[in-house]
Design a protein around this ligand. Sequence first.
Ligand SMILES: C[S@@+](CC[C@H](N)C(=O)[O-])C[C@H]1O[C@@H](n2cnc3c(N)ncnc32)[C@H](O)[C@@H]1O
Length: 244
Amino acid sequence: MTPEFHQSTREVARTYDLVYEWQNTHGPIMGTDVDPDYNINTKETLAQGCLGAPAGRPFLEVGTGNGNFGPFMEKYHPDRVWFGLDFSIVGLIAAKNHFRQIRPVNGEMLNFPFEDEQIGAVIFADALEHSNDIPTTLAEAYRVLTPGGILVASVPTPDSLNKWKRNALRQTKFTLIFRAMLAAARRIRLFGRVDIQPEDHHLSEKEWVKYFADAGFKVEPPTQWPTENGLTPVVQLFRAYKGD
Ligand SMILES: C[S@@+](CC[C@H](N)C(=O)[O-])C[C@H]1O[C@@H](n2cnc3c(N)ncnc32)[C@H](O)[C@@H]1O
């Protein structure tokens, strides 16, 4: 945890509320919303990873925010019930306004308000690294999944922001760099700092695999993105199962 942060969960949730309020009118602040290629590529992989989840069971997306996973639920899983859990009410309202399929659940990722073994797939899109207690969050994911249920997660590679900047420069994506600078300026204007998420764990593949395995999951070898044209991966994509 960044030492200068001493915020209660409610204060952190309020930060995200402000972010989503601003995004609605002024444009992107969150990294995912700044880079559409990142958003599409990672969420396609996560949604495809949920194909084959036990039939008839709802999906639970944790840290659903303003609903960026919605197009991929509609494309790959239109008939699933999609619970979206987040502690930002403003984010959830935006998600609901865009996607009828979502069932918003206002809550914290340390305690999922679901019965044991009810869920077919748990999805973390750029969210698990923000837990302030990763083992507890993963224990909750394991608890609510039905046997054979799937967990998918996108998490950053170590030092991902600098890697992302170098990739953008290498591809001469100056519009993207400008959007990122604008997002940083918005963060400073709103909160007085660029780093606004108090929990942001940038762990190695080995550390994540250990977390998943310790929670009881069977973990597949992860993939990374991007890997083409000599670019440096900024995100790791995991898929894991709860055994039968
Ligand atoms: C980086 S955003 C990702 C949003 C969305 N999944 C996406 O990919 O666009 C992280 C999300 O996790 C939520 N979040 C962070 N910590 C949380 C916690 N402890 N409990 C519930 N939600 C949390 C935030 O409100 C935010 O919407």
